[in-house]
Design a protein around this ligand. Structure first.
Ligand code: PLP
Length: 282
């Protein structure tokens, strides 16, 4: 596998970073993930815009223009012959003597990218639907920043893995904030699509935005509001969205069956529409 590190494409085993990298010491960095389908990046400019915004929120200068990022991503995809999967990008504040406050402004950010082959459109789990467990949301208060500090999500995902399910939905004050690496949606008995509104309490999902636009185009009723675990358990359909799952049907929440226990019709429609969009047919 070929990866990118600070201006160079090199074999994974040769890509090293110094122990004083602030990403390693403080999780002082930002990441972004774009999907690749049929060898092409999906909704990538929105991901790059979010990367730029996240970097700005923590005062790391974006080391590349959008055009440069796309050039590097495209090169990396070609070098790895990636047809379907993910491109991971990470920028940290760079290497400096360990001290909490920012190092001098001339410190060079560390830039790294790698690809991962993954079945996203062709994911068999999307046919049967995913089971989800709820976990407490243990994260900090700026979840709109896509920070590499992911310990709470590591713990959440491990609880899901231990329960033998694909995803954990995080809960705060009785309401579902989002998935550990996805945005949570439900469909109520009256056919209303519900997802939490954007704020600093959750990541502004790029797939979320695209799916809401598709739902709008399909004349669905959308409510951006909080929903509780109880309401989710009583929903007729549920799903989650992310660059790495697209639209993933949820068929059980904390062991309670959602709907008839198979992917709901509205969820399947939105997944099909999103796939068409991702393939450039939308
Ligand atoms: N919420 C969290 C906490 C995430 O980590 C992710 C993706 O990794 C998402 C939502 C989904 O965002 P996107 O659709 O931009 O991939």
């Amino acid at each position: 596998r070929i990866v990118y590190l600070n201006g160079e494409f090199l074999p994974l085993a040769e890509a090293r970073i110094p122990i004083m990298d602030r990403g390693f010491l403080f999780a002082d960095g930002i990441y972004e993930v774009s999907a690749v389908l049929d060898g092409r990046l999906v909704d990538n400019e929105a991901h790059l815009a979010r990367l730029d915004r996240s970097l700005g929120e923590i005062d790391i200068r974006n080391p590349h223009t959008t055009k440069e990022w796309i050039g590097l991503q495209t090169d990396l995809i070609a070098r790895n012959g990636l047809e379907e999967g993910l491109v991971y990008m990470q920028v940290t504040r760079g290497v400096a003597e360990r001290d909490f406050a920012y190092p001098s402004a001339d410190t060079t950010p560390t830039v790294m990218m790698f690809t991962q082959g993954k079945r996203i459109a062709a994911n068999p789990l999307a046919e049967t639907g995913a089971k989800v467990v709820t976990v407490p949301d243990l994260r900090w208060k700026r979840r709109d920043i896509k920070s590499v500090a992911l310990l709470a999500q590591v713990l959440a995902k491990q609880q899901a893995a231990a329960a033998g399910v694909a995803e954990a939905w995080m809960v705060e004050d009785g309401a579902v904030t989002e998935g550990s690496s996805s945005t949570a949606f439900i469909v109520t008995a009256s056919g209303v699509l519900v997802t939490r509104p954007l704020s600093t309490a959750l990541l502004p999902g790029i797939t979320r935005k695209a799916v809401l636009r598709l739902a709008e185009e399909a004349d669905l009723t959308i409510e951006e509001r909080l929903f509780s675990v109880e309401e989710a358990c009583a929903a007729t359909e549920a799903f989650y969205t992310s660059a790495s799952a697209f639209v993933m049907p949820v068929v059980a929440l904390d062991g309670k069956v959602i709907g008839d226990g198979s992917p709901g019709p509205l969820t399947r429609r939105l997944r099909a529409h999103y796939l068409a969009l991702a393939r450039g047919e939308g």
